[in-house]
Design a protein around this ligand. Sequence first.
Ligand code: PGA
Length: 225
Amino acid sequence: KITDLQGLKQGKLKLSTITTTKYFMPRAIAPFCQLYPGIDVSLEITNHERVLERLNENLDDLYIISKIPDRLDVALHPFLENPLVVIAPKTHPLAQEKNIPITKLQNEPFIMRERGSGTRAAVEQLLAKHGVSVKVRLELGGNEAIKQAIGVGLGISVLSQHTFTPEAAMSGLTILDIQHFPIERHWYVIYPADKQLSILANTFFDFLQQESQIIANKMRSQIGM
Ligand code: PGA
């Protein structure tokens, strides 16, 4: 358990994190703010490319990404799994099938995240590896918009399992059992290796390492996964 530290009575914690953390981060920040009620948090939720730009501009204390960056002068710590899954309407013809060959994705209208998205980069990498080309019908700038589009039958997509919330499950979406999925990834906390973290940033970093799995398990049990 994290004890009360001197210097944490107040202060500002600045975070920028990729889109898939949007469900998780409030659930991590809430108990942290209860421990340290005097602090302020600013949380910028954006895509991978933009988080890296913010890192390069040194705008925040800590950054969360999923794709290991090219620059080597960073400290990089995995803290939670972030698998990517194929999401479709429950009524989709493949919804009841098991172990579906990845080549079947070629016949499906596909919804893709915007350029600069780490999700998109991981999907493109896997498809290229297996020589599969999908018909992208729609490109959308956010996971939420993609879930809506799947729900109204515009196509299927690959999204982080973290976006598969209780609402998504209730609104008639499901996960397809396609070969080579889930794409196994992690969330990483990163920051410039030569940066001296504030006590507050360090404490939040420790908190994430200790509590993330517990918070994620709680969230998962809500959707019975
Ligand atoms: P993205 O990153 O928002 O850039 O797609 C999300 C992720 O990689 O989990």
